[in-house]
Write a protein that binds this ligand. Structure first.
Ligand SMILES: [Zn+2]
Length: 285
């Protein structure tokens, strides 16, 4: 069982192509983010985000056993919470992706979106750490996301281990463990979609495993469709190589490659965290 919990749609792909690439990469379940970084979809343009969410919903329709759609909204838009609800009502949206660009995760306008996501029972994936636009890193420091604790039901993932603030990300994540909260009940988990450049990856992963444990770490490739399965598989193989170098047990490896995300997403196979190549689970919806 392999779950890629961080894949981007560009708006130029179709379901058949996505499924073909997933087959080629031997990925069982994929979290797909509505387009927001590729023309004509832009974070600042509310209508384009609504269009992107519609594209997402249409693309995953009929494939909910493998494709898990995450809508994108921008809390800078006063209607963001309603836009999220609109996307959910259309169907096939099972989570929310947020990128703080121009807003801080502890602002009131962000809380309004968290509140709605919580009411709708949606897991949230946050970008965290330095951002590709070269302008928004300052909005995405891991400690800023402690604001989600005002919404105890929310289960969030911080992407990229907060790179380059990975120590800060570990510090945020370890608090629930210190307080005896089991990993699946923790408000925070972290994806290892690479933020860190290759020279840092082994060290970053080793520290995250030592501090957070596999129970709070999940795989994500952060690849953009349309792309080949080989392009995604490269990152799967790189993570496996690093996990081998770090002597990670088969059980812990299965947790990282599927179990953590399955629990976060509420998939019925969450408990098992079956090894890659093991039986794929049936999803609820
Ligand atoms: Zn991403």
């Amino acid at each position: 069982m392999l779950i890629d919990a961080h894949l981007h749609l560009s708006g130029r792909e179709d379901a058949a192509g996505v499924l073909r690439s997933l087959d080629e990469a031997r990925i069982d379940v994929a979290v797909l983010l509505a387009p927001f970084l590729t023309d004509p979809y832009r974070m600042e343009d509310r209508q384009s985000l609504r269009d992107g969410n519609r594209h997402l919903s249409q693309l995953v329709d009929g494939h909910c056993d493998r494709l898990i759609g995450f809508a994108v909204v921008n809390p800078m838009h006063p209607e963001a919470a309603d836009d999220l609800e609109e996307a959910v009502e259309r169907g096939n949206v099972r989570g929310l992706k947020l990128v703080p660009t121009g807003w801080y995760p502890y602002e009131d306008r962000a809380h309004r979106v968290y509140e709605r996501a919580n009411a709708l029972g949606l897991p949230v994936l946050f970008h965290s750490g330095i951002f590709i636009d070269g302008r928004s890193g300052r909005f995405c420091r891991p400690t800023f996301y402690e604001a989600v604790r005002d919404h105890p039901g929310l289960r969030v993932t911080l992407a990229h281990l907060g790179w380059p603030w990975c120590d800060e990300a570990n510090a945020v994540g370890v608090i629930d463990l210190i307080n005896g909260v089991p990993p699946d009940a923790s408000q925070f988990r972290f994806d290892i979609s690479f933020g860190p450049p290759p020279a840092y990856r082994r060290e970053v992963l080793a520290k995250a495993l030592a501090v957070l444990g596999p129970g709070l770490i999940q795989f994500g490739s952060d690849r953009f469709f349309p792309c080949s399965g080989a392009h995604i598989r490269e990152l799967v193989d790189e993570v496996h190589r690093l996990l081998s170098e770090l002597d990670v047990s088969p059980g812990d490896r299965a947790r990282i490659m599927s179990g953590t995300a399955a629990a976060w997403l509420g998939l019925p196979c969450a408990k098992a965290g079956t090894p890659e190549g093991g039986e794929a689970c049936q999803t609820a919806a």
